[in-house]
Design a protein around this ligand. Structure first.
Ligand SMILES: [Zn+2]
Length: 265
């Protein structure tokens, strides 16, 4: 382990552009449960499809609003952990650092990081269900129209308000994946932290970094990395020798192998 840390430190000391991808494991260290782990107590009888999909919201908007209100309160009660602070500190030590996160909490920002790209949206933000003023139509809590029923409604068009998070089956925020890809393909060191690399399209990013720029990929996880990320990194050498494949085709093929849903972009 020590020699791996030494190698990582050497790579970082030479790096010009560092890109980071973080996932649920980084938030979990602060006490934020994953989607599935959060289905406890009052929520134990629900499936995540009922709480984290557009269909679930349309079927019972009040219930989904309450679920996210509880998660928002939970988020406010926890603090950034040493991992968040270390990433903020690293930004001062390298010429350029870009963080992409799959997490919807604000712990990177509270840990001191700036310009964090949230692939799956932000729990702290609220938006109009119809995005009536453009995507996203964010609404400040002070502007929410609160009636007898939950959830509150949009001050512009009267539609329900919802959290500005990407639900299962929804596309990512406009341009988000392109920006994450741009950070990956220009990085010379790519750090993956707290994600097993099983959620596409984010799992593609370390592969892109390695393919496009021969980036050194540093994987920080308590468990040995399995699944898609390990295969992506192993594949990159083999695929590289075979020429320059169309990355989108490679991505689709990997989805087929993993039995995961295709990326919604
Ligand atoms: Zn609206």
């Amino acid at each position: 382990m020590d020699h791996l840390i030494q190698k990582a430190a050497e790579a970082l000391s030479r790096a010009r552009h560092v890109a980071v991808l973080t996932g649920a494991g980084v938030s979990k260290e602060s006490g934020i449960p994953t989607y599935r782990d959060a289905l406890t107590g009052l929520w134990a009888n629900y499936r995540f499809e009922e709480l984290a999909t557009p269909e679930g919201f349309r079927a019972n908007p009040g219930r989904v609003w309450d679920w996210y209100a509880e998660r928002r309160a939970q988020m406010r009660g926890v603090n950034p952990n040493p991992g968040h602070y270390a990433m903020a500190a690293l930004a001062d030590l390298v010429p350029s650092l870009h963080i992409t996160t799959q997490n919807i909490d604000d712990l990177h920002e509270r840990g001191g990081s700036r310009d964090v790209l949230h692939l799956h949206g932000q729990l702290s933000q609220i938006k109009c269900y119809n995005d009536c003023q453009g995507n996203p139509t964010l609404v400040d809590e002070s502007e929410m129209v609160i009636g007898a029923a939950s959830p509150p409604t949009c001050p512009h068009c009267g539609a329900w308000l919802r959290p500005n998070v990407v639900w299962f089956g929804e596309i990512l925020p406009p341009g988000a994946f392109d920006r994450a890809t741009q950070a990956a393909v220009t990085s010379d060191v790519y750090i993956v932290a707290g994600t097993a690399g099983a959620v596409f399209p984010a799992a593609q990013l370390p592969w892109d970094a390695k393919e496009a720029n021969k980036a050194i990929v540093i994987d920080i996880n308590p468990e040995p990395t399995g699944g898609a990320l390990r295969r992506a990194l192993a594949d990159s050498r083999r695929v590289g020798r075979a020429g320059q494949p169309d990355p989108r085709r490679a991505r689709d093929r990997r989805h087929a192998e993993d039995g995961l849903p295709r990326p919604a972009r």
